[in-house]
Design a protein around this ligand. Structure first.
Ligand SMILES: Cc1cc2nc3c(=O)[nH]c(=O)nc-3n(C[C@H](O)[C@H](O)[C@H](O)COP(=O)(O)O)c2cc1C
Length: 225
């Protein structure tokens, strides 16, 4: 039997989606320790980034975004999803570019503030004492205090409902020199105390649990005596 679920569309009207329950191959009794809720944005933790945008003529702005991520390795691509009501939305849509600035525990206050104040009322760079620095390929500035900045050019805008997804190509990545190993030039990103967003709260990245591929890595033999 198909169940009807109300979904709110951007025009405020309600649409109904038909959801068919999955065929019952498992014993329903085995779902004993789960509660079931309506659809929701419950994938956590997420990175929380400061997106800088604008140009000298239109002015600069910063918007905090958690609906963000990588979409492709080669070419390097990413996305941000924005509500059209945001002050940043037309800046990014019309100029076709933005910069993703990764955030750290030290930047947590500014991250939250840039996510509750609008650039139509305040100058977020000035109020949060953040320094705009020039990017290489885009007119939007990068945030100097962020350890890693990704210059992005919009390739596609996909309307999804409440948010539009800006799919973008990553044109260049800029890292703060002090996070590079002076001998090898390798980036030690995890020494920056990256910030993430989980279920309405900010956390600094926690305990180290293993390296990529550790589950299949052969253990080093102890040298025989
Ligand atoms: C932690 C956090 C995450 C957010 N993520 C998003 C997001 O992914 N997309 C979005 O449109 N707004 C997001 N917001 C809300 C905007 O940052 C907020 O509305 C901001 O004031 C918009 O700024 P602007 O009007 O200057 O563009 C988020 C806010 C916070 C605090």
């Amino acid at each position: 039997m198909k169940k009807k679920t109300a979904v709110k569309k951007r025009d405020g009207k309600k649409a109904t989606a038909k959801i068919s329950p999955a065929p019952r191959t498992l014993d329903a009794q085995q779902n004993y320790d789960k509660v079931t809720w309506k659809p929701g944005t419950m994938i956590y933790p997420l990175p929380v980034v400061m997106v800088s945008c604008g140009n000298p003529e239109r002015g600069y702005n910063i918007i905090t975004a958690a609906w963000t991520g990588i979409t492709c390795t080669n070419p390097a691509m990413c996305y941000i999803s924005l509500r059209p009501q945001r002050h940043s939305y037309p800046l990014i849509k019309e100029l076709g570019e933005f910069c993703i600035n990764l955030t750290t525990a030290e930047l947590a206050f500014a991250v939250d503030w840039c996510g509750v104040k609008s650039g139509k009322d305040v100058d977020k760079f000035k109020e949060m004492k953040l320094t705009p620095v020039p990017a290489q390929f885009i007119a939007a500035p990068m945030i100097a205090q962020s350890p890693l900045n990704l210059e992005c050019r919009v390739t596609q805008i996909i309307p999804l409902g409440s948010h539009d997804m800006f799919l973008a190509e990553i044109l260049a990545v800029h890292a703060t020199k002090k996070y590079l190993n002076p001998q090898t030039d390798a980036l030690n990103l995890n020494s920056t105390h990256l910030l993430c967003f989980s279920h309405g709260k900010y956390y600094q990245l926690g305990e180290f649990k293993g390296k990529f591929g550790f589950s299949v890595q052969k253990k080093k033999k102890k040298p025989s005596k």
